[in-house]
Ligand binder design. Structure first.
Ligand code: VG1
Ligand code: CO
Length: 543
């Protein structure tokens, strides 16, 4: 059938960041902008004739427009079939599963994750490869290079398809299948977890509240938690995906999910509170009266993973991103399995998972996942928590206390300075690099620097090297401060300062996190000159 060639010119700045290309919607609405990026993806991956492509997004504003365009472009670029979620919806972990289940060659995930949505807010496009995971740096680098020279994109004439009605459609010479976005994912969850044990707990009075933050997980949570597990009908709140997420940041942390936090600190709180982000790959876990940091959640899930039928007897190893606390390392050591430390971003877990070196992985940024897909997975983490609590008949707070009493506690926080001047942020990072050689041996209050370096990662599977992945300052006694610039923001720069202080099983396990991190916070300011470089006296967000 007919293929139309549209001439174009490159746009500056189409470099995928930590998790795909993210820009303001207005940037994506420029003629040829999204098309250039998508065509660059297709040019780089050059699909075999007849290949299958998955397309789905988090339902934010501009999703449908880009999906219709991407379908026509896929037809012109030789794909044989596109699988797209009904309404254009696929959570990021569900997209990963659909790619794997239907042996697709890859997928386009349309999301800016936890960033706000709407005409004035953010949009994003990410390409995932055939293993279901984010494209590695070799591929994203080639895509960026292609965007810098692109001079045409390909499409076919044709009307928009009806994304609301499941079924098969023809576009050019290609088939488009509009699929149920939830069913395959929900079925996968049933193979991993003890749904009977959770159902019994629910019958016995176990309660929860899941805040879908008006983002993509609403339909998944209604189906799995309420329909399949029997939780009450009002368990899922904000369960309808909205194009602007109701005007909120769909970011599951104590600031943006404050209502949930307050509800969980109340005397009549349910047993478990949880939330997920815009595209469904992050999770927030709060027990009655007890917030669990994402770093602790990874460690606690790994320590108890045997409770889940899908993981019995097969924990091969654990991986965490470098800024994530070392709580998981202690569990790995106790269980006699390896622990890997990767750069920030899920793309670095893919090779380890594919090679069977790790079973569970996580990041301090509320991301946890396993080898069941190749993305982090918000609802999966919630279900694993539910499975563990149901089997062990223990509360979140009790489980946390028991864990710390055995492994010690890694007090942990991340301070974010958002939308700071890019030049100031770069100067701060350059200043840190210039000090690396002289920092060891220097003291800051009670802390003495033992090691200072710029984190570089050599992938143990393919040997690829990713340098410049954050500045680490390690202190004698095991506490540390890490500095990085965010790779997901869409305006200015965001400085992330990660703070960690370990206390052994015999130490003070019930202290306030802020108190335990005060020396590290002071040292971070003294070493980096945050106020001098950014003009900020305190972080915008503490998680
Ligand atoms: C942030 C987090 C990182 C996460 C990434 C994508 O990246 O720190 O851990 O993998 O977001 O998550 P950065 O570069 O801004 O620090 V998501 O849920 O936005 O896809
Ligand atoms: Co996300």
């Amino acid at each position: 059938s007919e293929i139309v060639t549209v001439s174009t010119r490159p746009f500056e700045g189409q470099a995928p960041g930590t998790s795909g290309l993210r820009k303001k919607v207005k940037v994506f609405q420029q003629p040829n902008y999204a098309e250039n990026f998508i065509q660059s993806v297709f040019d780089v991956v050059s699909p075999d004739p007849g290949a299958v492509l998955v397309i789905g997004g988090d339902g934010r504003f501009h999703n449908r427009t880009v999906i219709q365009e991407a379908i026509r472009m896929a037809a012109a670029n030789g794909y044989g079939k596109v699988l797209v979620g009904r309404g254009g919806i696929l959570s990021t972990p569900a997209a990963s599963h659909v790619i794997r289940k239907y042996k697709a060659s890859g997928g386009l995930v349309l999301s800016a994750s936890h960033n706000p949505g709407g005409p004035e807010e953010d949009f994003g496009i990410k390409y995932n490869i055939a293993n279901g995971g984010p494209a590695p740096e070799s591929v994203t680098g080639a895509i960026h290079a292609r965007t810098q020279v692109i001079d045409r994109w390909l499409t076919v004439p044709g009307e928009d398809i009806d994304l609301e009605t499941p079924g098969e459609y023809r576009v050019g010479g290609m088939t488009v299948s509009v699929i149920d976005p939830v069913a395959d994912y929900a079925d996968l969850m049933e193979t991993l977890f003890d749904f009977d044990a959770i159902r019994s707990a629910v019958k016995g009075g176990f309660t929860m509240r899941f805040d879908a933050m008006s983002a993509v997980t609403g339909p998944y949570a209604h189906e799995i938690l309420e329909n399949r597990l029997g939780f009450a009908r009002d368990t899922v709140v904000n369960g309808t995906p909205l194009e602007d997420f109701g005007g909120h940041h769909p970011d599951p942390n104590l600031i943006h999910a404050e209502q949930l936090y307050l509800a969980m600190m109340a005397p009549d709180a349910p047993d478990l509170g949880a939330a997920s982000d815009g595209d469904g790959d992050r999770n927030l876990i709060i027990g009655r009266g007890r917030f669990i940091t994402p770093s602790d959640s990874l460690a606690m899930l790994a320590a108890n993973i045997e409770c889940a039928p899908g993981y019995k007897g097969r924990l091969a190893g654990i991986a965490r991103s470098m800024p994530t606390s070392a709580a998981a390392d202690r569990v790995a050591e106790a269980l006699g399995v390896p622990c890997f430390e990767t750069p920030t971003g899920w793309k670095f877990f893919g090779n380890l998972l594919d090679a069977g070196k790790v079973t569970i992985c996580g990041e301090e940024s509320a991301g946890t996942g396993s080898d069941h897909v190749r993305e982090k997975d918000g609802l999966w983490a919630v279900l694993l928590w539910l499975n563990i609590l149901a089997v062990r008949k223990i509360s979140v707070d009790e489980l946390a206390r028991e864990h710390w009493a055995r492994f010690g506690r890694n007090y942990y926080a991340r301070h974010d300075y958002e939308g700071v001047d890019k030049a100031g942020a770069d100067a701060l990072m350059d200043g840190l690099k210039a000090q690396l050689a002289s920092l060891p041996g220097q003291s800051f209050g009670p802390l003495t620097v033992s090691v200072a370096d710029s984190f570089s990662y050599t992938d143990p599977v393919d040997g690829s090297v990713s340098a410049n992945q954050g500045i680490r300052v390690l202190f004698e006694g095991g506490s540390r401060v890490v500095f990085r610039l965010s790779g997901t923001g869409t305006h200015g720069a965001t400085l992330r300062v990660y703070l960690e202080n370990y206390t052994g099983p015999d130490g003070n396990l019930g202290a306030e996190t802020g108190d335990m991190l005060a020396p590290q916070i002071a040292a971070a300011e003294a070493i980096a000159g945050i106020e001098r470089h950014t003009g900020r006296t305190k972080p915008d967000v503490i998680t």
